[in-house]
Design a protein around this ligand. Structure first.
Ligand code: BGC
Length: 832
């Protein structure tokens, strides 16, 4: 990056017709290259979006450049080596500008646009290095501005491209631009220009169309088989002026493309044919979250070859993989990965399809640990945290969305959302071991906690101000996702216990001894206040919900005896809910961890493996290819949960994958960056194997376990150079923990078979219910003898004490029913 910028930001004159969006500006100028050129480097950015052109072709493979940052503070400049692209003599440099996030529509608010600028402006600086001198070609007042084929572009609404209007040769030398206008120079503080710290957004993958459907209403819909972020590339032949319309959507309901998940985002691309041969087109200044595209106006017969889905997101390195013997769990994990991909288009967002796609802080706070396992997120999340800190410094609070678009008027701290300022740097430090990131974020971390501390009441509780609580608890009223079962201030205080602890540890890592003592004391104060307010001496939590227990257990608020009691109560609550989900953003990332931590592993697996709605696997059984915003976004009857909050691609609740990685796969860092790691897989739930692979800063870790039906277990572990692992061997007869150094290791042993419980007619029904295989085997018997209860819900915990009591209610059926029930109980007990 040059030390001094010489170029200026330039824009086309404002659209005389006042169109919103206006046609994309095309900018150009010619220049001459002399003899002896050594290298040529093009630096380019824009307020808006930019595609640079040199001698007739686009430069580089980035799309949606310069991505999305808090443009007031930081604007990324891309640099491209174009030495091979310039020639001695006449050359032409050009740029097409798009509205993007800076200029175009943002948020659900009608008419809200131009958050950063009222029109796009481009910045180009071409350094021509001759060895003894550098000539600089720069954007400035001597450029010309025109328009071309891109008639309208909007991130939310899509792009309109009339191929007949593309001026041939506009970015080549010799083009006649006398009818174009002079440009206008737009003032900007050039100290905000920065080199990229995150990978650029690119076309990362292409997916073929898998099917072309004719809907019941006779419309044509192309199915790409996967919900994704990006766009469609089409190849078409037809008459000039023919208009093709592509409307993107995530789902079909009753066989028709349903656009409600997009809310007001039109997600519509239009292509007008030039005519005269096959023409290939894809948009460049929009993206859509979609699996299906409804097509109108296609000339002739549409076949699958004519369209390709182009997957677009920040080009991060994949670092984590996980699979098991259970195909539903594997699909759940694939869905998590795809939701991450769909929501890392420049910044971490809530969703990629509707009139939002914003950097919601709470969503990435919930998903951060999962994200950092799956991909190298240092770049994207490090850059995003720098923006967060800049906006927080400017505004005095952590905005609910970063970059801040002024969508929410909240200026007081919000738990889980604002907490990201502390928890995400800490997560990244655990993952990558980079102290610098913690140091860079330290001011932001302390400012957030200090702002909360200033609001604590006299008891030390966070008990006032705006909160989103256990957002999207499935039991919250559909139109009030913050109104779940768990008190929003309980959530706030529990998260504060967690973040004050993280901050105290951060201060210690950074050798700020006074701060470490201060925040440790604050942590203790909040923890004691939480226990005084919410926890009984034995370990029950006054707000008797799954989320409340999950938080109290995972955030180390309880002492060991209370922890065990709380674990048992949590398991009861989860069982009673029939292993359906009863947690929102606050509890879902933690509930399975809370269960496995308190030795309620079976219940954790039952929660994972439930397929009834709402559950982790229910969407998978409905063909989901991404994580839904609500587990019941599409209900069992096939209808859409239409509350205006029904994205089918929201990663937040996919945070359950963290449990898959840390408990089923069994890997977690003990020392930052995995210099020391703990490998403690915990087989269960009938899974017969699981394999986890993770590229740590030290190299690749692999954990694989396989359990044979006879109880023989094999554990394979590979530890990278420079790292060590404490391997806790699951179910080992000697309860072995081994220190493993770099290299490959294998352990094989027979896991002692646990004693089978003896079931009788007097066994508490709750206990029978917990043995899911036995419970399933009892159902047909009960239905056969008591057909009046055939439709009864067998998925929730029974209230009757025992089968013997049940028999007492049905004296006529009792003899035959008893014989059949006993047969099932004995068979299970004996055959195991
Ligand atoms: C977003 C969420 C977000 C929430 C908070 C929603 O509209 O999609 O994921 O965190 O608002 O208010």
């Amino acid at each position: 990056m040059p030390q001094h910028w010489n170029a200026a930001f330039i824009a086309a004159p404002s659209d005389p017709d006042g169109r919103n969006p206006a046609p994309a500006p095309y900018l150009r100028r010619e220049f001459t290259v002399g003899a002896g050129l050594r290298s040529a480097t093009l630096h380019v950015t824009a307020v808006g979006l930019v595609e640079a052109h040199l001698n007739g072709a686009p430069v580089g493979d980035e799309v949606l450049a310069p991505g999305w940052t808090s443009y007031r503070h930081r604007l990324v400049v891309s640099s491209h080596d174009v030495t091979g692209r310039v020639v001695e003599g006449g050359n032409a440099l050009g740029a097409v500008l798009g509205e993007g996030w800076a200029v175009g529509r943002l948020t659900w608010e009608e008419g809200k646009r131009a958050v950063w600028a009222d029109r796009p402006a481009g910045f180009l600086q071409l350094d021509l290095d001759y060895g003894d001198r550098v000539d600089v070609i720069r954007s400035g007042a001597d450029w010309r501005a025109g328009t071309g084929a891109t008639l309208a572009d909007s991130i939310y609404d899509g792009e309109t491209h009339d191929a007949r209007r593309e001026p041939a040769g506009w970015a080549e030398p010799g083009f006649d631009d006398t009818h174009w206008s002079p440009v206008e120079v737009v003032p900007r503080d050039l100290s905000t220009l920065i080199a990229p710290s995150a990978p650029p957004i690119r076309r990362v993958q292409e997916l073929p169309a898998v099917d072309i459907l004719t809907t019941p209403e006779g419309r044509t819909v192309v199915d790409f088989g996967q919900n994704l972020s990006g766009w469609v590339r089409l190849t078409v032949r037809g008459e000039a002026g023919t208009t093709i319309v592509l409307r993107h959507t995530e789902t079909l309901i009753d066989g028709e493309a349903d656009f409600r998940p997009n809310r007001t985002a039109l997600a519509t691309d239009r292509y007008v044919l030039r005519g005269g041969g096959p023409e290939t087109w894809e948009p460049r200044f929009t993206f859509h979250g979609f699996r299906y595209v409804e097509v109108e106006g296609w000339p002739g017969c549409l076949d699958t070859e004519a369209m390709t889905a182009v997957v677009v997101h920040s080009d991060m390195r994949r670092t984590g993989w996980f699979e098991t013997s259970d195909e539903l769990v594997n699909q759940l994990h694939r869905n998590v990965v795809w939701s991450m991909r769909g929501n890392f288009v420049g910044v971490p967002t809530d969703c990629p399809q509707r009139d939002e796609r914003l950097g919601w802080t709470g969503d990435i706070n919930a998903f951060g640990p999962t994200a950092a396992f799956l991909y190298d997120v240092r770049g994207v999340l490090g850059s995003w945290l720098t923006d967060l800190a800049a906006e927080q410094r400017e505004q005095g609070h952590v905005p609910l969305v970063v970059p801040d678009v002024g969508a929410m008027p909240v200026t007081t701290p919000t738990a889980l959302w604002g907490d990201v300022a502390v928890s995400l740097p800490w997560t990244l430090y655990q993952q990558y071991g980079e102290r610098e990131l913690l140091a860079a974020q330290y001011e932001s971390m302390t400012a957030f906690i200090d702002s909360v501390e200033a609001r604590l009441d006299e008891r030390g509780l966070w008990s006032s101000g705006f909160q989103l609580g256990d957002w999207l608890d499935p039991d919250a009223p559909p139109k009030n996702p913050a109104g779940g079962k768990t008190d929003a201030y309980l959530v706030a205080c529990a998260y504060l216990c967690h973040t004050t602890h993280q901050l105290a540890r951060t201060a210690a890592v950074l050798s700020h001894a006074d701060d470490a003592a201060r925040y440790t004391a604050l942590h203790q104060r909040v923890r004691v206040a939480f226990r005084d307010e919410w926890v009984t001496p034995s370990g029950l939590v006054a707000n008797d919900t799954v989320t409340a227990y999950a938080l109290a257990i995972c955030f180390d608020i309880l002492d060991p005896a209370q922890q065990a009691r709380a674990g048992r109560r949590l398991a009861e609550l989860v069982d009673r809910a029939g292993h359906r989900i009863s947690t929102g953003f606050a509890g879902t990332p933690l509930v399975a961890h809370a269960l496995s931590r308190t030795d309620q592993l079976d219940t954790a697996y039952r929660l994972l493996l439930q397929t009834e709605c709402p559950s982790f696997l229910y969407p998978v059984t409905r063909g989901a290819t991404t994580i839904w915003e609500r587990w019941d976004a599409i209900r069992p009857d096939g209808s859409l949960h239409d509350t205006g909050m029904t994205s089918l691609n929201h990663y937040a609740l996919g945070a359950v994958a963290d449990w898959l990685h840390r408990v089923v796969g069994g890997l977690e860092p003990v020392e930052p960056g995995y210099r020391r790691m703990r490998i403690a897989p915990r087989p269960g739930g009938g899974l017969t194997h699981a394999t986890l692979t993770h590229d740590t800063p030290y190299g690749r870790v692999r954990v694989a376990w396989r359990q044979e039906p006879d109880g023989h277990l094999t554990v394979d572990v590979a530890v990278p150079p420079g790292a060590t692992a404490d391997v806790v061997l699951p179910g080992h007869p000697d309860e072995l923990t081994v220190q493993a150094g770099p290299g490959s290791h294998r352990w094989e042993y027979d896991v002692p078979t646990p004693e089978r419980p003896v079931y009788t007619l007097d066994t508490p029904l709750k206990e029978l219910f917990r043995d899911s295989a036995l419970w399933a085997a009892l159902q047909p018997v009960l239905r056969r003898h008591l057909p009046q209860f055939a439709d009864a819900d067998s998925g929730t915990e029974p209230s009757l004490p025992s089968l013997r009591i049940l028999l007492g209610y049905f004296p006529v059926q009792a003899p035959a029913l008893e014989a059949d029930l006993v047969a099932v109980l004995q068979e299970r007990t004996v055959a195991g």
